[in-house]
Design a binder for this molecule. Structure first.
Ligand code: CIR
Length: 302
């Protein structure tokens, strides 16, 4: 890996300039029919799930982005909108999710992306290059890609090859973003669903990892990444490492949900660009976590 001198400020620019976020309502069928990797956990409590999701959406809105909320369209997992598209630098790649039951989720998301691209992207005053939308299924019928397996660090993509995302999926990302490094990590032997089940960006040039799986991903990043990241933080709990950093706000799991990680979580704001610069919002999200939902999976930032 090598370090470009302008790298930290580039990452800062990318992570702190989001203007829109697309979220999706929770479908009531999440209780009976959402995919879940761990059998035997209690059922999702729909009332609590709505409350926690509402708090997350409010936290997202407080970062200054315009929030667009899509209907759930009867899909049990559609609230996990992150899996249906990847965005970076004016380019959207609508995915083909790995789970067959989730493929129908993409049409509503694609429709919204095309609407934004056609109608008002250029009015945002931030970008002058429009918004481009590509579809994985147009590029490779065999490719499978879940957005939860894609970590965009600001300069390169880190992609987990998982039970949901295949090598062809990572290749489509390379085609979609030809000027960006796409490194892959085989996580099929790990015990969480997606790459971002155990890592996320906690600030510009600051990657957060959690648990055993996080240690493995971290070692792979050190070996394979094109860039040296300024901070690599590690938490004892895998799930606590899934946080949202956007526009100088860190939205992360609540202290009381992960007492073992609480001290390290509290320290994050200080390293994510200085405590005064980074506002922290704690969110409890254990309801949707019963069906493998993390914080990042409920939002698509543009
Ligand atoms: C699934 O198994 O597809 C959903 N129950 C959970 C998806 C979570 N997605 C994410 O973290 N990106």
């Amino acid at each position: 890996p090598y370090l470009l001198v302008f790298w930290p400020s580039m990452s800062h620019l990318v992570l702190n300039n989001h203007t829109r976020c697309i979220v999706r309502k929770i479908d009531p069928s999440v209780v009976s029919s959402a995919l879940r990797s761990v059998a035997g956990l209690p059922e999702v409590d729909l009332v609590r799930a709505h409350k926690q999701h509402g708090e997350l959406v409010s936290a997202i809105a407080s970062t200054g982005v315009t929030v667009h909320e899509l209907p759930s369209d009867g899909f049990p997992d559609s609230v996990f909108i992150e899996d249906t598209a990847v965005y970076a630098e004016h380019q959207v790649c609508v995915t083909t999710p790995g789970a067959p039951s989730r493929r129908g989720e993409t049409s509503r998301v694609a429709e919204k992306m095309h609407e934004l691209a056609a109608l008002d992207w250029n009015d945002m005053g931030v970008m002058d290059d429009g918004l481009h939308v590509a579809h994985v299924h147009d590029m490779d019928q065999e490719a499978r890609l879940d957005g939860g397996d894609v970590l965009f660090t600001g300069f390169e993509f880190i992609v987990g090859e998982s039970t949901r995302t295949n090598a062809a999926g990572a290749n489509v990302l390379r085609d979609c973003f030809p000027h960006m490094n796409v490194l892959t990590i085989d996580i099929r032997d790990c015990d969480a669903l997606h790459l971002k089940s155990a890592c996320s960006m906690a600030g510009p040039s600051h990657v957060l990892f959690g648990g055993e799986m996080g240690r493995f991903i971290c070692s792979q990043v050190e070996e394979k990444a094109l860039f040296v990241y300024e901070k690599m933080s590690h938490l004892p709990d895998t799930e606590a490492a899934n946080a949202i950093y956007v526009n100088k706000v860190l939205i992360r799991r609540a202290d009381e949900e992960f007492p073992k990680s609480a001290d390290a979580l509290r320290a994050l704001a200080a390293v994510s660009g200085g405590a005064s610069e980074c506002r922290v919002i704690q969110i409890a999200a254990d309801e949707l976590a019963k069906v493998d939902g993390a914080l990042t999976c409920c939002a698509l930032f543009l």
